[in-house]
Design a protein around this ligand. Structure first.
Ligand code: AMP
Length: 479
């Protein structure tokens, strides 16, 4: 059974769905005023991994990722660039979704935007006022922390510790811990009508409006980077639980940060890389995906290009391995005896390959059940790769064994999400077409038309097909 570390209880808990065998999950998405950096993507890749694994375990999932498309940073950036902040937000939201696509993140069912839900936000604020959990000042409406005595329960802070934080300093607030639900804005700034005057929503209420609309008052799982525990998630809890009187979420899961030289990767630190920066340096999206898988989500991961290079080599080895297994042809002549024996064993169900695949899948699941231990899961995968390579070299892998190995790798990849890169690249050119181009290149070489031969090689390379001239002829692999 899958167990995850719950930030609320500070221990591992067995994961069960509140209802219908469906895990309803909310992830705080990006604030879209600029490109996301790869630190942000570490958090989003974690959510993707988690949804994939929940599905692997047989759960149905509903994953909502809220997009913050209005806040101080978006307004400031819009002003600096002289563009409408909502247009700016829409542009970066589009880029963000394309980048998720590049990273093979397809686990999100809905991407609501804050500005689509202004009515729902206003309705929530009204309910909080009705419950006396909020009050109005000349600057807007504030949540009254004193009305929710459990404030601090997620970040495990007592009143004294909480009092040290100065959240949105404002002389009109009853207490400095109180936080804005609705902010009255200057006339020339973007705003929406409300019963309290023209303004815009506070940060925390955007997410509770989006989650309530798409997941209900109570749901299974909430994810977001560790920096969001306080104040953001604490405030989400205060808002919703003061309204409903029941726990907002069953499991709170927080991935750790991507770091650079011991510091959190952040725009404000100036130590960040975007996905595009990484791709421009010649690394692939799958290398970053793999890098994130290679460390446990609750450990900080120090980003270096050296580390990314290692990830690149490993992931291309894994994709090459998958390709090799698919292209593997049990030799007929030399090993006819061996193969026959193997086929007999397979028929009797006693061959090593069935056992090897079964054990690998079992171990893979065991370590992932243990709070998503991806580094261990990758170690299991590479032990399996080693054994299969050995069987291919020794020609002890028969036809049905080959099918089983392919099925096992594809099952494992439902969680890892890496084979997509082998499939999509090769899908652009069919195997038949690749072979046809290789033949044309060989013919060109025979005629000493090296220019044409190089042209064909380049055309294939652009499509992600790498050629290798070996003594047994030309071989290709999908990069
Ligand atoms: P933001 O766009 O700043 O709201 O952040 C979007 C997500 O990225 C949040 O879940 C943050 O917790 C997460 N995040 C920000 N910086 C990092 C980092 N260096 N490593 C991992 N996650 C991060």
């Amino acid at each position: 059974m899958l167990q995850l570390f719950n930030t609320m209880s500070r221990r591992r808990e067995k994961i069960t769905a509140l209802s219908d065998n469906t895990i309803r999950m909310y992830t705080c998405g990006p604030t879209v005023y600029d490109y996301a950096h790869i630190g942000n993507f570490r958090s989003f890749l974690f959510s993707d991994l988690l949804v994939r694994y929940l599905q692997f375990k047989g759960f149905k999932t509903r994953h909502v990722m809220g997009i913050t498309d209005i806040d101080d940073k978006i307004i400031k950036r819009g002003l600096d660039k002289g563009v409408d902040p909502l247009k700016l937000a829409l542009e970066f939201e589009g880029i963000f979704k394309e980048e998720l696509e590049e990273l093979n993140v397809h686990s999100v069912d809905v991407f609501p935007r804050s500005t689509e839900l202004i009515n729902e936000i206003i309705a929530q604020v009204k309910r909080m006022l009705g419950k006396k959990a909020a009050y109005q000042t000349k600057n807007g409406v504030y949540f009254e922390v004193a009305a929710f005595p459990q404030y601090g329960k997620l970040s495990h802070q007592n009143l004294e510790e909480l009092s040290k934080h100065r959240i949105e300093p404002d002389e009109h607030k009853k207490d400095q811990k109180d936080f804005a639900l609705w902010k009255i804005t200057p006339k020339d700034e973007i705003n929406w009508d409300s019963p309290w005057g023209k303004g815009r929503p506070g940060w925390h209420i955007e997410d509770t409006a989006m989650s309530e609309k798409h997941l209900g008052e109570q749901y299974d799982l909430h994810a977001g980077g560790i920096d969001l525990v306080f104040p953001h998630h604490e405030c989400e809890i205060a808002q919703m639980e003061s309204l409903t009187g029941k726990p907002l979420v069953k499991y709170w899961v927080h991935p750790e940060h991507l770091m650079v030289d011991g510091r959190k990767m952040a725009k404000s630190e100036g130590n960040f890389f975007t996905l595009n920066d990484v791709l421009k340096k010649g690394y692939s999206p799958q290398a970053f995906r793999y890098l994130c898988l290679s460390s446990h989500y609750r450990s900080q991961l120090n980003f270096t290009f050296e580390g990314l290079k290692t990830a690149e080599n490993t992931v291309s080895g894994f994709l090459g391995f998958y390709q090799n297994v698919k292209e593997y042809k049990p030799s007929k002549e030399k090993n006819a005896g061996k193969e026959k024996k193997q086929a007999d064993k397979e028929k009797q169900g006693g061959d090593g390959i069935t056992e090897l695949c079964g054990n690998a899948l079992k171990k893979f699941e065991e370590v992932l059940d243990d709070d998503l231990n991806t580094p261990q899961a990758l170690a299991v995968v590479f032990d399996f790769v080693k054994e299969v390579n050995k069987a291919m070299q020794e020609k002890t892998l028969g036809k049905s064994g080959q099918k089983r190995v392919i099925a096992a790798i594809e099952r494992i990849d439902e969680v890892l999400g890496l084979l997509h890169y082998a499939k999509t690249k090769s899908a652009q050119l069919s195997e038949e077409k690749i072979k046809e181009l290789i033949e044309q290149r060989e013919a060109a070489k025979k005629e000493k038309d090296y220019e044409k031969a190089d042209e064909i090689r380049e055309k294939l390379r652009e499509k992600g097909v790498l050629l290798e001239d070996t003594k047994d002829g030309v071989k290709f692999k999908i990069a």
